[in-house]
Write a protein that binds this ligand. Structure first.
Ligand code: RTP
Length: 155
């Protein structure tokens, strides 16, 4: 990953269900904090299937897509917006390669995971996708909560 950013950006970082279940939330947040990025938003969220499909829509023709949707919706995720100069590419470096066995030691996946299908964290791959995913993720969270509140109000 080459880092040629000079402007403030936002990246959507999501701790996947395995990261939450394994108790890695603090560890992962800590790495972004120590690097010096700014946490702008955070929600614990059970992702509905349609939002997971929207988030990963670029991968919808891949053979692993159904398994990916099942995994991402299998338990709560932590949705976060992180801000800083060059945060998108830098976060990808901190996270490491998609296949954790190929991720360098010192990266999140290199230190904490072994399987591509259980790679504990997601990070936006471009500033535009950062915007799109934060819009989709956080707006999705809001819509979802509004829906729940309505259901509770109806009793
Ligand atoms: P992410 O979007 O989660 O940050 O991952 P990425 O850019 O490093 O990788 P991408 O190619 O966008 O794939 C998204 C997620 O799909 C799952 N995957 N499974 N079984 C497989 O061969 C396979 N390939 C990808 C992973 O959870 C990956 O992070």
């Amino acid at each position: 990953v080459s880092i040629v950013a000079s402007s403030v950006e936002q990246s959507y970082i999501m701790i996947k269900p395995d990261g939450v279940q394994r108790g890695l939330v603090g560890e992962i947040i800590s790495r972004f904090e120590k690097k010096g990025f700014l946490l702008k938003g955070l929600k614990l969220f059970q992702c509905p299937k349609n939002l997971a499909q929207e988030h990963y829509k670029d991968l919808k023709d891949k053979p692993f897509f159904p398994g990916l949707i099942e995994y991402i919706t299998s338990g709560p995720v932590v949705c976060m917006a992180w801000e800083g100069v060059g945060v998108v590419a830098s976060a990808r470096k901190l996270i490491g390669a998609t296949n954790p066995l190929q991720a360098e030691p010192g990266t999140i996946r290199g230190d904490l995971a072994v399987q591509t299908g259980r790679n504990v964290v997601h990070g936006s791959d471009s500033p535009d996708n950062g915007k799109r995913e934060i819009g989709c993720g956080l707006r999705g969270v809001k819509c979802y909560l509004n829906r729940l509140v309505k259901i509770w109000q109806r009793g």
